[in-house]
Design a protein around this ligand. Structure first.
Ligand code: FES
Length: 122
């Protein structure tokens, strides 16, 4: 089966919103913008098929250790996660990998921009 390219969004709108979920002929995709990069993932969680791209999209929670070796929760300024709304599996927005088990990952969809158009290949 051959792929075709489809214009799905405005690049300016994607950068502004951070996430846009679209449906193309019944295939749902999550489009993301983070740190100047864009990504497209199938809206399909590898755990049990939940709509991963319709969950929360937030900075990753990390453990911060101070000079006295005390640990406390913190927020990453560089990593953001896609959190599946069904059971909370968390995926890195740029790699699509589960934050703990890298063998578990979202399905990537080729994406590029041309001018202000965001184009995916499905
Ligand atoms: S279906 Fe996504 S975490 Fe279970």
């Amino acid at each position: 089966m051959s792929r075709r390219e489809v214009t799905v969004a405005s690049l300016a709108e994607l950068h502004e919103r951070g996430r846009i979920v679209v449906s193309i002929d019944g295939t749902e995709l999550g489009l993301y913008s983070h740190a100047g990069e864009i990504r497209a993932w199938r809206n399909l969680c590898p755990h049990q098929g939940g709509p991963a791209c319709q969950g929360k999209f937030l900075p990753r929670t990390i453990e911060v250790v101070d000079d006295a070796k005390r640990a406390a929760p913190g927020i990453s300024s560089e990593h953001k996660s896609i959190v599946c709304p069904w059971h909370g599996f968390e995926f890195d927005v740029l790699t699509g990998r589960h934050v703990v088990d890298e063998r578990v990952h979202l399905i990537a969809v080729p994406i590029r921009s041309q001018g202000d158009e965001v184009i995916v290949s499905i």
